[in-house]
Design a protein. Structure first.
Length: 217
């Protein structure tokens, strides 16, 4: 980021957007929207789903990552340790060195599978949702436009969807929880029950009318 700001490099292939970063950089449209979650060891309770639930825990994040910025802004600086990348961040709770790692959920799912960290549980609800796109230093609008137009061309041709499904789609397909299944089922089951009840009442009323007209007991 410092090299981009000072002109040593021209463009960064991917950077998460934040209002603070927008002061120094310009961004293309997002080509990924990433959910950041807490990851904990099995047996240590559910993964925190908000900032309040993180208070008092020993947390590890990637140095310079958007979650590093976020935790500093939300007053968790004294609880934070930083490492060089998200894989190392996950290794810390896997080895019992920290209680909680804060990483992108897609990254967590991939690295847990890659390293066989079956003792880790990624959170279901995001602590932060952030847009990810190409970034340039302020004042480089012409260069930024080239990448923005390239991304649009990929999207219009369908190539973006193919790339996304190949590399990221598998990690976005989550199993629904039982309460979620019940909630979605209710949208189908309740109207169906109402239709069946209405049909039963109509049939009962019709039979009663026939019985009255024919004098049947």
């Amino acid at each position: 980021m410092e090299a981009l700001k000072t002109g040593k490099i021209d463009v960064m292939q991917g950077m998460f957007y934040s209002p603070g970063r927008n002061l120094n950089f310009d961004f293309t449209q997002a080509y990924i929207v990433s959910h950041y979650v807490a990851v904990v060891r099995k047996g240590e309770g559910p993964a925190p789903e908000n900032i309040d639930a993180l208070k008092g825990k020993r947390i590890v994040v990637e140095n310079g990552d958007i979650l590093n910025d976020y935790t500093l802004e939300t007053g968790l600086a004294e609880q934070i340790s930083t490492v060089e990348d998200q894989e190392e961040a996950l290794r810390q709770p896997a080895d019992g060195m920290h209680e909680c790692a804060l990483v992108a959920r897609v990254t967590a799912l991939y690295l847990v599978d890659k390293n066989g960290w079956i003792n880790l549980i990624p959170g279901k609800k995001p602590l932060l949702t952030s847009e990810y796109g190409y970034a340039v230093a302020k004042g480089q609008k012409a260069l930024l436009t080239q990448f923005a137009e390239g991304l649009k061309a990929l999207e219009n041709s369908g190539e973006y969807r193919r790339i996304y499904e190949k590399w990221l789609g598998v990690y976005q397909k989550e199993l629904m929880s039982f309460p979620t299944v019940l909630r979605y089922s209710a949208f189908v089951v309740i109207p169906l029950l109402m239709i069946l009840l209405a049909a039963f009442l109509w049939s009962w009323a019709l039979c009663r009318q026939v019985a009255e007209k024919t004098g049947a007991p």
